[in-house]
Design a protein around this ligand. Structure first.
Ligand SMILES: Nc1ncnc2c1ncn2[C@@H]1O[C@H](COP(=O)(O)OP(=O)(O)OP(=O)(O)O)[C@@H](O)[C@H]1O
Length: 732
């Protein structure tokens, strides 16, 4: 290194050391504030103690957050044409006089760090990437924007830092990319929050990374609104959520709800996926009409008059009586369980009148008190209960769906649009667990059925009123404790509930089916069915969505023709952005994947790989020798000794056998399926591999994967490696 470079490094080291000491001071101040709040906690009224406890927890959170940003606190520096200098980092920092020391990467002025190019320097003269380890600056990389010297075809910024990030070994967990976000990604991250934004891009183009950074950006830019309602991130599987779960906390964001498609209906955590033909039927939008009819079918009058016994008197109830009560209840347009109250009231009214008439006909005189008692006799008579329940039974979504799947004649009546063989696909034993495809159907049913406990509505209203009071108290407490601007009333109010019932906004959202989010991010969005989109539409009535995916990676055969068709059940108005650079897959592997995908007729979005790498290897062997060939390929990869994670991606039916062969034949820990991720070697089906990446991948029997799981799934399998790909193909 030259003396000049040494001197620069030393200068940056001094500045960075100053930033860290500022961080230490802020942390110490927060700890002192925390102590102060805690000291005050033992005295005062119950409410005052609750407020102080809640405040203490908020400060603890703050201290933790400041600890979380320690790694790579600062990574960029911009020198403007006029000589002004700004440093960019994970959070914003100011000195005692409120002068900025470090800009949050999400602040508007930080945008130039990601956007400036030689052709449009945006007032930037020099952009510097700082690489740090712990609190030490280890390298600097400068780009000087000289109007006299515009290089052609520079699309990547901070190339050295980027390549260092890309060649780092995979850890089984996704990391944030704040220091190396590229211009096309930055534009999407900062795009306005309103409306539906669709991001289409080939494998490895950073769609997931961009979606998560956008969530962090929106939480920063629209703090108030989003802290109140929360942000929902939906991914395809638990393994995928585990893979991404650390990214947002590392960006200082914890107010986000991560959910799989099987977890969007509170109380059900479905992991089982239906066979493709079954999933296809359950996903069609016609199922909304089927569920509606299934509910209506549970509001039926008897076909013939029914005799009911009330305290020794027999009353003959005409179907028309029940029919009128049903019509009356249906006219309220309330959900089934809520409207049932009207139905019962109306039916009891008519039956009472009939009984009064019958008794009076026998010569008795009846006053108001008698009438009230007769009504009570009717209400409690067993025969009447049976009659009313047969006509209009309170129902849970689980019961309704269970009945539809186990009673063919009920399904046939509710689903005339489905062909007989399609209806047969839905049959299942009563006790079978619900699948991912059932979740939107349960939610649809819940929407039409309403709360079975009709006091639920009143309780929800009481909860909302209590929440409003808590927020007002929190505002007061913040003013009393002199910590305005340090904490928000909403987050303080979150902590007011009694121990055990205390929930963050994110947790409250996750257990409440009627919660509506401020923003919804959907990853691998090409996989969603119309019924799943309907569910999400209910969770996000503001229609503020970030939808990322790749139609060519769809498991559906054939994939949707375009995003308009794919999103029909959500909206027909959206903005479409594309990503064009592949950060994961080396050039030669991407070419193999794309040429096979084109042969299979997939609508791929071509992208440019930034990685160079080894060409993929192919092994052809007899069918019975496939397990041995896989063991050999894995052993050869491990023998290279460069560590990293390896995945064997195989047709679903072969995963178990290959796992057992590898356990016997390879000297390393071998994981099975989703729960085995994180082991040095794991064996997966293509669905589980969706969205993930590994240093090396062995793809087994590609033709069978394409035939069984669809060509889109094979495209997924081929594009998972960051370094090496081996394809094992049976010859006969
Ligand atoms: N600007 C960047 N700087 C550093 N790494 C990046 C950048 N953009 C993306 N990456 C990395 O590239 C890899 C692929 O990103 P990501 O998983 O977000 O792609 P994707 O488009 O969602 O892929 P797929 O469709 O195949 O699931 C990840 O390791 C991610 O961290």
């Amino acid at each position: 290194m030259t003396d000049v470079a040494d001197a620069e490094l030393a200068r940056e080291q001094r500045y960075v050391a100053g930033l860290y000491s500022r961080l230490d001071v802020l942390r110490a101040e927060l700890v002192a504030e925390l102590e102060r709040v805690r000291r005050g906690g033992a005295t005062g009224t119950h409410q005052a103690r609750t407020e102080r406890d809640a405040m203490a927890r908020l400060f603890e959170d703050r201290v933790r957050r400041l600890r979380d940003v320690d790694e790579r606190l600062v990574f960029g520096r911009l020198q403007a044409d006029d000589g002004a200098v700004r440093y960019i980092g994970r959070i914003g920092l100011r000195d005692d006089e409120q002068q900025p020391l470090l800009l949050d990467w999400r602040a508007p002025q930080s945008s130039a760090f990601y956007q400036a190019t030689a052709a449009t320097p945006l007032g930037v003269r020099v952009r510097r990437h700082l690489t740090t380890r712990g609190r030490d600056v280890t390298a600097l990389e400068d780009e000087v924007f000289d109007p006299e010297d515009i290089p052609e075809d520079v699309t990547l910024t901070g190339e050295t830092a980027l390549l260092a990030a890309l060649t780092a070994q995979r850890t089984g967990r996704m990391h944030d990319i704040v220091s190396t976000i590229q211009a096309e990604q930055d534009r999407i991250i900062r795009s306005e929050s309103r409306g539906v934004l669709v991001v289409q891009g080939g494998p490895g183009t950073g769609k997931t990374a961009v979606a998560l950074h956008r969530a962090a950006y929106l939480l920063y830019a629209h703090k108030e609104r989003l802290a109140r309602n929360g942000v929902l991130v939906v991914g395809p599987s638990r393994s995928f959520l585990e893979y991404i779960e650390q990214v947002l906390p590392s960006l200082g964001e914890t107010g986000v709800v991560l959910r799989t498609l099987g977890q969007l209906y509170p109380g059900v955590d479905a992991a089982a996926v239906d066979a493709p033909a079954v999933a296809d039927v359950k996903g069609r939008s016609v199922m909304a009409a089927v569920i509606r009819r299934a509910v209506l079918a549970r509001q039926t009058a008897p076909e013939r008059p029914v005799d009911v016994e009330i305290n020794g008197v027999t009353l003959t109830v005409q179907p028309a009586v029940i029919q009128r009560a049903i019509r009356h209840a249906q006219q309220t347009r309330k959900p089934h369980n809520v409207a049932r109250v009207t139905f019962v009231k109306s039916a009891l009214g008519e039956l009472t009148a009939q009984l009064v008439e019958q008794v009076a006909a026998r010569g008795s005189t009846i006053d108001d008190e008698d009438r009230r008692m007769l009504r009570e006799d009717i209400r409690t008579a067993q025969d009447v209960k049976v009659l009313l329940n047969t006509a209009w039974l309170p129902l849970t979504p689980e019961k309704l769906l269970g009945d539809l799947y186990t009673r063919p004649e009920y399904l046939a009546r509710s689903a005339p649009e489905l062909r007989p063989h399609e209806r047969e696909l839905l049959a299942r034993p009563r006790r079978a667990p619900f699948t991912v495809g059932d979740v939107p159907l349960l939610d649809e049913a819940a929407e039409l059925l309403g709360d079975i406990d009709v006091t639920g509505d009143a309780r929800a209203q009481a909860r909302a009123a209590q929440r409003q009071r808590d927020i007002e108290n929190a505002e007061q407490a913040i003013a009393n404790m002199g910590v305005e601007g340090l904490v928000s009333a909403e987050s303080l109010a979150d902590g007011f509930a009694e121990e055990g019932a205390r929930l963050t906004t994110a947790e409250r959202a996750a257990v409440d089916r009627t919660w509506t989010y401020g923003h919804i991010v959907v990853d691998e969005a090409q996989e969603l069915t119309p019924m799943q989109w309907r569910l999400l539409r209910r969770r996000g009535p503001l229609r503020s969505f970030t939808v990322v995916g790749d139609l060519a990676q769809s498991a559906a055969v054939p994939p949707a023709a375009d995003w308009r068709a794919a999103l029909g059940a959500l909206t027909d108005e959206f903005r479409l952005e594309r990503l064009s650079v592949n950060y994961r897959t080396p050039q030669a592997i991407a070419e193999l994947a794309e040429s096979r995908a084109l042969r299979d007729g997939l609508p791929i979005t071509p992208s440019r790989s930034v990685r160079e790498g080894e060409p993929p290897a192919s092994v052809r062997t007899r069918t019975d020798r496939v397990p041995t060939a896989v063991v050999d390929a894995v052993a050869a990869d491990r023998a290279r000794g460069d560590g990293g994670a390896l995945a064997v991606i195989a047709p679903a039916g072969q995963v178990r056998a290959l796992h057992d062969a590898l356990v016997a034949g390879v000297d390393d820990r071998v994981g099975y399926g989703a729960q085995g991720l994180g082991a040095p070697v794991s064996v997966l089906d293509p669905w589980t591999a969706k969205g993930l990446e590994f240093d090396s991948v062995v793809v087994v029997d590609p033709d069978r994967i394409a035939a069984e799981a669809g060509p889109g799934s094979l495209y997924v399998a081929f594009t998972r490696p960051t370094r090496r790909l081996v394809v094992v193909e049976p010859t006969a």
